[in-house]
Design a protein around this ligand. Structure first.
Ligand code: HEC
Length: 458
């Protein structure tokens, strides 16, 4: 398409040069048709011509998926080197090609810690069996390699426990083996799809060692000998697919039956990327801090562009073209884009939350001797922010005063609602009757800021 456009332009140029019939001078307007070249692969869509300003702005700012990547994804996430998703962390979204590769790709593949994994990102786990024993392969829930030297173990003496150095496997079903310890070959099995599209079963690793059958027989422990250490490290590095990656007992792919990808073509609400921006998917809370962590969260036109882009992706397509125009006219979210607002209405740190805290709490939580060591008054807004967000409460060291994205882990918030799990009084204490609370609207603002806006400093 590009090439033919160029050829046509050159042709026209040649024609113009060779032509003797130039337009006569001073005869009025020069015929000018502002034909902007259509990018290759673009499908023609009927533009949105309604009156909603957010839709019009989204359509203007983000005509194509390429714009969504360049102006939204790059800005909120991958742009700043090292902040997130710039090669360091899966998903890498920093080029248009990697962004396209996120369509249909699994989520939480490389999550920093188990508890950050969303059940619906879990895939069917790899399977395990003992080569010499007759039982069906059992799905692996999760594994842990405890590094170090495996101590001398003995069924009648020192037995392994959860912390013993070696490879621990936690399986979906108990192993039907009677012995406590058997010296057999343990085999790891995976299904894969071959070139012809057939499902093949592959035993991708096996270890002959002492296998201990612990607890309810779903916990296996493998002694790792000196000469096996490298191959076990290799196995762990190459990845075992864990059916219960977040170790919460729910095997997401089995129980929920519908594992979601990073970007789910046609289904923005069932796309993990969107869920991480919103903090929820359907009725489920998505674990982990709301994205973006350190940048301005997307506004309504931004979110609309992302939702309409994903909704417009054909789930049956073999590949996707970011240059295709986003169809805002038929996009269902164009009907009420305001519902996509992540931040509620103006519940920002500097605009609302800080003034609220300072006027209602500063009398006691400020000055030379702030109550409970909490000072919301002195210093710059940034310094106050830094004293609250991700800083442990003095009354409960297990919780932070503000935990972005989580109300139940934000101790300061729970002090405002009079939650039963906090110590001391409900805040703010009214010095006259010792008993008061903030108006609902104010609590709601703080809630929106922590939960919907991810407690960003804006
Ligand atoms: C009249 C004084 C007073 C006011 C006003 C007040 N507090 Fe407090 N605050 C206290 C005292 C005293 C404590 C310690 C005893 C307790 O928890 O009841 C405390 C403790 C706290 C703690 C626990 C600190 C920690 O690190 O564990 C938080 C959080 C808190 N207040 C938040 C607030 C907020 C938010 C407001 C304003 C909406 C507020 N307080 C208004 C007196 C006050």
């Amino acid at each position: 398409m590009k090439r033919s456009l160029l050829a046509a332009t050159l042709g026209a140029l040649a024609l113009a040069c060779g032509s003797t019939s130039l337009p006569p001078e001073n005869t009025g307007t020069i015929p000018f048709e502002p034909h902007r070249p259509t990018p290759s692969g673009s499908t023609t869509v009927t533009p949105y011509t309604g009156s909603n300003a957010d839709v019009l702005l989204a359509q203007l700012t983000y005509p194509t998926g390429l714009d969504v990547h360049r102006k939204l994804v790059m800005r909120t996430c991958s742009g700043t080197n090292g902040v997130c998703h710039n090669q360091k962390e899966y998903p890498d979204l920093h080029t248009p090609a990697t962004f396209v590769a996120a369509i249909g790709a699994p989520c939480n593949v490389q999550s920093g810690n188990a508890s950050g994994v969303f059940d619906r990102c879990e895939r069917l786990g790899d399977r395990f069996r003992f080569a010499e024993q007759e039982f069906r392969e059992i799905e692996i829930g999760w594994f842990e390699l405890v590094r170090g030297e495996t101590p001398e173990l003995d069924p009648k003496g020192t037995r392994p426990d959860e912390g013993t150095a070696g490879l621990h496997l936690y399986l979906h079903d108990p192993v039907p083996v009677d012995q406590d310890r058997i010296n057999v070959t343990g085999t790891f099995i995976r299904n894969f799809i071959d070139d012809r599209g057939n499902v093949q079963t592959l035993a991708f690793a096996s270890y002959k060692t002492n296998w201990w059958v612990l607890g309810d027989k779903r916990h296996l422990f493998a002694e790792v000998n000196e000469n096996q250490r490298d191959s076990v490290e290799g196995l762990v590095a190459s990845g075992i697919v864990q059916g219960d990656q977040n170790r919460n007992g729910t095997y997401g792919a089995r129980v929920l039956g519908n594992t979601v990808p990073l970007i789910n073509p046609g289904k923005p609400e069932a796309s993990y990327l969107v869920a991480r921006l919103r903090g929820f998917m359907g009725a489920d809370t998505v674990p982990g801090t709301r994205m973006p962590l350190a940048n301005q969260p997307p506004n309504v036109p931004d979110m609309l562009a992302l939702m309409c882009f994903i909704q417009g992706l054909d789930p049956t397509a073999a590949q996707w073209n970011l240059e295709s125009a986003i169809d805002y006219n038929t996009c269902t979210y164009s009907e009420n884009p305001e519902a996509l607002s992540l931040a509620g209405s103006g519940d920002t740190w500097s605009g609302r939350v800080l003034p609220l805290l300072q006027s209602n709490c500063g009398g006691c939580h400020g000055g030379s001797n702030p109550q409970a060591g909490l000072d919301v008054l002195s210093g710059t807004p940034h310094e106050v922010y830094q004293r609250l967000v991700l800083k442990p409460s003095s009354q409960d060291a297990t919780r932070n005063l503000i935990q972005p994205g989580s109300l139940e882990k934000s101790y300061l918030y729970l002090k405002l609602t009079g939650d039963g799990s906090v110590s001391g009084s409900r805040m703010p204490i009214n010095p006259l009757n010792g008993n008061a609370s903030l108006p609902d609207a104010d609590i709601k603002s703080i809630e929106n800021w922590i939960f919907l806006a991810g407690a960003v400093e804006n």
